[in-house]
Design a protein around this ligand. Structure first.
Ligand code: FAD
Length: 290
């Protein structure tokens, strides 16, 4: 099923993310994680495309397994280091596996090659243009706090508009921990004429130390309320898990309450996190009491 059709229903939807194992790692733990995640009945599951050559090969296989578990899959695809031939092969593999949804990404520029020519796909928009004729439902990434390579938010939004005009059906945001940042960003996108669904990306934080590093790299703002949680519970994994699930749940409830229906949870192959969040949302996501 195409994600744009799922989103068009206008009902609250929660999707999950999984990353494929490296080629030298066993598939079984990932399969168990997908099966458990699928039992939570997410609206779709996205499968990342590894930054290193190793895990890339497994994206289509994992996406295919997701669909065997009865959940529509969204396969990520990056283009920065790709040739036209590489992309043609990926398209053939995705089609062969019956994948209908692709998240078109540039990928991070390999370290040490910044400012150098990068091949035929300089930006994600080039991938969108290449994939549009293939008939996939296409998504792209967007950044409520500006992409780190871009000096000005206004320019980043113009680049996003170009990507959407090239044929995106929806966009998914980078994680954020302050919903007001998302609401302001969404309003700016709507003012610029972006009408496609914007899926809010929520990261349940279960590892305090890791998140500080990730946020430094991605420029994500950590509200003081959130920092206090990490400072207090960051060294106690079970407590951090409780607090991270509670914080993410609160963000999601607030988004739904404010009319944002599509939420993507960066579940990072942790089904127990997804299970706890979905348990917290059970009545909110149920149609029975409407
Ligand atoms: P682009 O849209 O190309 O934007 C990259 C930068 O270039 C931005 O600063 C933008 O403003 C600028 N830009 C765009 N177009 C132009 C133009 N025409 N002229 C000048 N500048 C321009 N990475 C992975 O390796 N694998 C994954 O599976 C993966 N999944 C992700 C999922 C989500 C939801 C998100 C938010 C990110 C994901 N990433 C993933 C990370 C992503 O690859 C990086 O953030 C990357 O640096 C940018 O990718 P993009 O598709 O946003 O690039």
């Amino acid at each position: 099923m195409k994600i744009k059709d799922i989103l068009a229903k206008g009902l609250p939807s929660v999707s999950f993310e999984i990353f494929p194992p490296r080629s030298d790692s066993p598939f079984e733990p990932m399969k168990e994680a997908v099966e458990r995640l699928a039992r939570q009945r997410p609206s779709f599951m996205s499968v990342t495309y590894g930054a290193s050559g190793n895990a890339q090969a497994n994206t289509v296989e994992v996406a295919s397994f997701v669909q065997k578990c009865g959940v529509p899959a969204l396969a990520h695809l990056t283009c920065i280091a790709a040739t036209k031939d590489n992309i043609d092969k990926e398209v053939a593999a995705l089609r062969g596996a019956g994948i209908e949804n692709v998240l078109c990404l540039r990928g991070d520029i390999p370290k040490g090659t910044e400012g150098q020519a990068q091949g035929p796909f300089q930006h994600a928009v080039d991938l969108v243009r290449a994939l549009r004729p293939a008939g996939f439902c296409l998504g792209g990434a967007c950044y409520p706090e500006c992409h780190p390579d871009c000096a000005h938010m206004e320019d980043d939004i113009l680049h996003l508009c170009e990507k959407v005009e090239a044929g995106l059906d929806f966009v998914t945001t980078q994680m954020f921990f302050d919903n007001n940042i998302f609401y302001r960003y969404l309003s700016k996108l709507r003012d610029r004429g972006v009408t496609v669904p914007v899926i809010a990306g929520i990261m349940p934080v279960t590892n305090g130390k890791q998140i500080a590093r990730i946020c430094r790299l991605s420029g994500t703002y950590l509200p003081s309320r959130f920092k206090a949680i990490v400072d207090r519970y960051g060294d106690r994994p079970p407590a951090m898990l409780d607090a991270g699930v509670a914080y993410a749940t609160e963000q999601i409830v607030d988004l739904f309450a404010n009319g944002v229906n599509a939420v993507h949870v960066y579940t990072m192959n942790r089904p127990e996190v997804a299970e706890r969040i979905m348990a917290n949302l059970r009545s909110i996501l149920s149609n029975d009491d409407r």
